[in-house]
Design a protein around this ligand. Structure first.
Ligand code: F6R
Length: 614
């Protein structure tokens, strides 16, 4: 949700900034801009539209320098326009600022500043912050580090969230950053230093990074960095080395990141499993939970909280944990949990699931849970993310960077982690070694089964393209395939803009059936499991009303083929991994429809990957 890149060093700043922004474009893509110190002044270039629009502007009006700040925007306050694009200047025109987050009291601050003669060019909360910092700068001119002092003085007046980078003409070479609620990372190079919202913007230049904490304020220049805190006297930081390189975050030969990430799933699942299964004990192990087996056995209720796709993975987990470990599980939208008073006792374990580890609602829900004294465990992909750092323990997905805005590989990794957790909790309780081994074996086989589904991609494309003209679609599934249906519907909505709804199959007759017509295709997840016959009845109900049906069915099921319009087959697997496997054709189904419709698959309209505002 908005991306920041800032640079101070010896390279051509525009190249570093534009390349970094391109890597962050998944965070927002309605406008972008940069400011570079050109030796005489701070030069501004900004443009509505994708980053290639900014590149075109820079080609026509180049700017040379080795220090700069930049931003790719996901609009919160004010429409996407050139004027609202960042950076923004203060009243003096000498201070430039980029911002990720929301200044909640910007209206009051703006009125006060306007009464003092400040004039604004945009409708953004960010420009208000730039003016406020500029005003504080005038008041702090005598201070030792006046720019840092001004930012501190301004930020104490602000309510809301921010990740910022600021430069001032009086201090060429210096950039000051600060964060509260929006991620900001320092990149440590040799005689060059960076700030960015995400390591993906930095890995082409350095693998050494420092994850800033909330209320940190950092000053970088070509000579080094200094980190201070708005709230703490002692503030320790460590350099972390990122263990993947720029290739992991590039598309390679794939036309879209989403397709690349779908095809990475045999590997990403393998990474989630690696070192966590014990055939000797027929169980799973997790190094980072920070809980003794005795404490784990005392857990008598699990609360999973997350947003969007991550919440669907939590719902898969609900079915699996209840089935294998007999622990009651509840899944709650993080945006709801944070504002409700959900009863919890000391034996409730809370899992916060987030690919990015930065989602504002998930983070706030986790902080609320922790404030009440409960233990919060994270299931995250991004190492060094705020949720990963603030949780009491947790499990990393190790899925590698997920750049496509539509989550794919993170979902199947999260669901696999839940499956392994169900095995672990089950084996700490009543689950026999024999059943444990059956589950373990199914998990081990999952990557190759996923590969088998991926090998049928071409057939899935042909089916999908037939339905690209639909205005709306229904997705049905039972038990753990119900959240898979929800995930399939979400994928279709977000990347192809086709309306889709998901229901547990049997709910059809309680109202939704009124929608069935030849114009409304229904996708039914119908493996040969314990509820196969029930699903078949639901298919008959749709067909009786002339609704087209696509079935996701078990390989070899010739019976279903006669009943439905199209079948997508998946290999026969143990029921515990079936839902995870079924997610793959649904991802591909949505992908091919979106491509057929000419949609921008990796950057769907109105979305951004990491939702760091409420
Ligand atoms: C959907 C999607 C979103 C995210 C949600 C949570 O494809 O990507 O629904 O799943 O915004 O994001 P994380 O997992 O980063 O907390």
């Amino acid at each position: 949700m908005c991306g920041i890149v800032a640079y101070s060093g010896y390279r051509k700043a525009t190249e570093v900034l534009v390349q970094g922004l391109s890597r962050l474009e998944y965070r927002g893509y309605d406008s972008s801009g940069l400011c570079v110190w050109d030796g005489k002044q701070i030069s501004l270039r900004k443009k509505v539209g994708r980053i290639d629009q900014l590149s075109k502007l820079l080609a026509a009006q180049p700017v040379d320098g080795a220090v700069g700040i930049s931003h790719t925007r996901w609009a919160t306050h004010g429409e996407p326009t050139d004027a609202n694009a960042h950076p923004h200047f203060d009243q003096s025109g000498k201070l430039a600022l980029v911002h990720n987050g929301v200044i909640e009291n910007y209206q009051q601050l703006k009125e006060k500043l306007m009464a003092e003669g400040h004039e604004f060019k945009s409708q953004t909360d960010t420009e208000v912050l730039a003016h406020l910092v500029g005003k504080c700068y005038e008041e702090q001119k005598g201070a030792q580090s006046p720019l840092t002092a001004a930012i501190k003085a301004a930020l104490v007046q602000v309510t809301g969230t921010y990740g910022i980078a600021v430069m001032h003409e009086d201090h060429p070479g210096v950039i000051v950053g600060a964060r509260r609620g929006s991620p900001l990372i320092v990149g440590v190079g040799k005689k060059e230093y960076f700030l960015a919202s995400d390591v993906t913007a930095l890995v082409a230049y350095t693998h050494d990074v420092i994850y800033l904490n909330d209320f940190d304020i950092v000053e970088i220049s070509g000579a080094g960095y200094h980190i201070d805190s708005l709230t703490q006297a002692v503030n320790e930081h460590h350099i972390t080395t990122v263990d993947w390189d720029a290739d992991a975050a590039s598309r390679g030969a794939f036309p879209h990141f989403m397709l690349k990430e779908i095809f990475e799933q045999p590997q990403s699942i393998q990474n989630a499993i690696r070192g966590r299964l014990s055939t000797e004990e027929a169980t799973a192990h997790f190094g980072g939970l920070n809980l003794e087996p005795r404490e784990l056995r005392q857990i008598n209720r699990i609360l999973v909280t997350a947003c969007g796709t991550a919440m669907h993975a939590g719902m898969v987990g609900e079915y699996l944990i209840e089935e294998h470990a007999r622990i009651p599980v509840e899944v709650e939208f993080a945006s709801e949990l944070r504002y409700r008073n959900s009863p919890m006792d000391e034996n409730t374990a809370v899992f916060v699931v987030s690919q990015s580890g930065e989602t504002a609602d998930s983070l706030a829900a986790m902080r609320e849970v922790k404030r009440k004294g409960h233990r919060a465990l994270g299931i995250c992909n991004v190492v060094g993310s705020t949720i990963a750092r603030e949780s009491d323990g947790g499990i990393f997905l190790h899925a590698g960077p997920e750049v496509g805005v539509a989550a794919t590989k993170s979902f199947t990794s999260q669901a696999t982690i839940f499956l392994m957790l169900s095995l672990y909790f089950g084996r700490l309780r009543h689950l026999s070694p024999v059943v444990g081994m059956r589950i373990l074996k199914a998990i081990q086989d999952l990557p190759s089964k996923i590969q088998e589904v991926l090998d049928t991609n071409e057939g899935i494309r042909l089916v999908a393209e037939k339905y690209a003209g639909a205005k709306s679609m229904l997705f049905l599934g039972r038990q753990a395939n119900y959240p898979i249906a929800m995930e399939g519907a979400l994928k279709l909505k977000e990347i192809s803009y086709i309306h889709a709804e998901a229901y547990p199959s049997a709910e059809l007759k309680h109202g939704v059936i009124a929608l069935i017509s030849p114009e409304l295709p229904t996708l039914v997840i119908c493996p040969q499991d314990g509820v196969y016959e029930k699903n078949i009845s639901n298919i008959q109900e749709v067909k009786a009303r002339k609704g087209p049906v696509i079935a996701v069915a078990t390989a070899g099921d010739t019976h279903i083929k006669k009943m439905v319009d199209d079948v997508i087959y998946v290999p026969e697997v143990d029921p515990c991994v079936q839902p995870i496997l079924n997610a793959i054709p649904l991802q591909l189904f949505a992908y091919h429809i979106a491509v057929k419709l000419g949609c921008d698959v990796d950057k769907p309209r109105n979305l951004a990957k990491s939702v760091t505002v409420e």
